[in-house]
Design a protein around this ligand. Structure first.
Ligand SMILES: C[S@@+](CC[C@H](N)C(=O)[O-])C[C@H]1O[C@@H](n2cnc3c(N)ncnc32)[C@H](O)[C@@H]1O
Length: 212
């Protein structure tokens, strides 16, 4: 089960608050999960710790250099190296299950115009996209990927029943949910949910599961 996470990034500080929040901190406190960041800047070249350079062939923006990434990965060996790229395989239930089978993972975050292709050719076991939209860096996609993975590691979620019927896990989207008050601005909670009749409630919930 995937319990050891290392994120290679130019912006490790972005993860400082994230790891203190919700189920992730729960998994870390209970020692079910291990999380660390590797600051790519530590592997930068020369006095300026350079990690990016202009693209061959011209064009806008900068490209992440191969050497700092190569050294960062070689210094942090993991079972699988996952690169975040817009052109990667879209994250889905199958890829989450496949990744969970490993024990340790390196998640490599791009910035600027992306990675020198040679680092992907050398070290990528899998490329993940979080959807058909480009964001400025791999850090938010990395959090997205890790939350999808970490919540599936046994013991991390407070109530493991939350995973039952969860959207995508069984070919359906979850049923709608309600909480107090019973009436808000004349909108009421479906009566069956207040009935106390568990059989009817289960039937209602099953009928409300939407096919994907
Ligand atoms: C500005 S993007 C690079 C976009 C690239 N020039 C392109 O058009 O495909 C910088 C980095 O953000 C990350 N990124 C952006 N969108 C992503 C997505 N949808 N899924 C995964 N990673 C993404 C990748 O690590 C990427 O290298």
């Amino acid at each position: 089960m995937l319990s050891k996470y290392n994120v290679i990034t130019l912006f490790p500080n972005l993860f400082d608050e994230w790891i203190k929040t919700g189920i992730i901190s729960n998994g870390l406190d209970k020692n079910i999960l291990k999380f660390q960041t590797t600051n790519l800047r530590d592997f930068g070249i020369g006095n300026y710790k350079q990690t990016d350079d202009a693209p061959y062939g011209g064009g806008p923006g900068m490209v992440m250099m191969v050497e700092p990434l190569d050294n960062a990965i070689l210094n942090n060996k993991a079972d699988i190296n996952v690169f975040l790229t817009p052109s990667g395989s879209k994250l889905d239930e199958k890829s989450i299950k496949d990744l969970l089978a490993y024990e340790s993972i390196n998640i490599i975050c791009g910035r600027y115009e992306g990675f020198d292709q040679r680092i992907i050719d050398m070290h990528s076991d899998y490329e993940v996209s979080i959807g058909d939209a480009v964001v400025s860096g791999g850090e938010v996609p990395a959090m997205f990927l890790m939350e999808a993975l970490m919540r599936r590691v046994p013991g991390v979620l407070g109530n493991s029943e939350s995973l039952v019927n969860e959207s995508f896990t069984d070919g359906t989207y979850d049923f709608p949910v309600y909480t107090r008050p019973e009436t808000y601005k004349e909108m009421t909670v479906p009566e069956v949910l207040l009935s106390g009749n568990h059989k009817e409630i289960d039937n209602w919930k099953n009928n409300k599961l939407k096919d994907i």
